[in-house]
Design a protein around this ligand. Structure first.
Ligand code: ZN
Ligand code: ZN
Length: 318
């Protein structure tokens, strides 16, 4: 089969054997999404070698769980060892021995087929299209913020970053009815969020002072300056939720965290069930975030497009 692989510091389309792992399901990829993690890996981040891709929707061709065969699925990307305390508590996301689809020790979804354990797969409800379902993983990551802090209608919340993740996080948080502001640099992307009912502010127009104090600040800019800005914006005893896995030291004044008693919360993957429920209800519109679609054979070109600053979601189809 064809697979988009990162090996020897090079991204290329390769012919490889079908991915087969004992006790796992074989899934034919239908649509896959390129995320910033993929472009970072292709720059050498995470030391991953193999087939890229972790956002996908597909159809089960083979599975030890016969009820899955022929069904449309999305898949949780973390595969735990199944034996440690975290795995026993049903949290393979933090298993120290985990593999992660297309990120750590496991070939990913930018291929004709991928392999995952049956327990990782979730059936996609019929009213969710493939182009919506492919957003399940990033939407779950966005939704994870609400599992970590309780945001209510009385809170003031800022999201820093108008890119793919910031857009999804704003759409999810806006549903709490809180006073939400999305802060970004790109007028076209801020407009996109406005059309989804989110209040926006251009970074240049931001005035930092006592009036710009938020209960929660979600950092999703992917830039090293985002954390510092979040510290300027959060109120004393407020919380910062970090979603960016920016590469390199943030170089910031940590005394502000101590003096103002700020909570800093790291946030990564979320639960797929919650994201599927959001998509099923139709209350989060993800399709406006699609920039362009490529066939899998055009994967190298698609990655180059996704890497261009300001590009929204680039999809691969099979
Ligand atoms: Zn991703
Ligand atoms: Zn484990």
């Amino acid at each position: 089969m064809k697979a988009l692989r990162f090996e020897n510091n090079e991204l290329r389309l390769a012919d490889v054997p079908l991915p087969r792992r004992d006790g796992e399901a074989l899934v034919r990829m239908t649509v896959a999404g390129i995320c910033d993690t993929d472009t970072e890996i292709a720059r050498g981040y995470a030391n991953f070698r193999g087939t890229l891709g972790h956002e996908f929707v597909g159809v089960v061709e083979e599975s030890p769980d016969r009820s899955q065969i022929g069904r449309r699925v999305v898949g949780e990307i973390n595969v735990g060892c199944g034996e440690c305390d975290l795995c026993r508590e049903n949290d393979p996301r933090h298993c120290p021995g985990r593999t992660v689809l297309g990120i750590r020790g496991r070939d990913g979804a930018f291929a004709e087929y991928l392999s995952l354990p049956p327990r990782n797969l979730l059936i996609v409800p019929d009213n969710i299209s493939d182009r919506q379902a492919v957003f399940t993983e990033p939407l779950a990551a966005a939704r994870a913020v609400l599992d970590q802090v309780e945001i209510t209608a009385s809170h003031r919340v800022a999201v820093i970053g108008d890119g793919k993740l910031g857009q999804l996080i704003s759409r999810v948080i806006a549903r709490s009815g809180c006073d939400l502001t999305l802060i970004g640099k790109h007028r076209n992307k801020l407009e996109l969020a406005s059309r989804a009912g989110v209040k926006t502010l251009e970074l240049d127009a931001l005035e930092i002072g006592p009036s710009a104090r938020f209960d929660f600040v979600v950092e999703a800019s992917g830039s090293s300056g985002g954390f510092g800005l979040a510290l300027d914006l959060v109120r004393p005893r407020g919380a910062i939720i970090l979603k960016s896995t920016f590469h390199g030291a943030a170089g910031l004044d940590t005394s502000k965290i101590v003096v103002n008693e700020i909570r800093v919360i790291g946030s990564r993957c979320g639960r797929f069930e919650n994201a599927l429920r959001l998509l099923e209800s139709g209350c989060v519109d993800v399709e406006p975030l699609i920039a362009r679609e490529y066939e899998l054979a055009g994967g190298v070109e698609a990655m180059a497009e996704a890497e261009r600053p300001g590009t929204l979601k680039v999809l691969l189809t099979n």
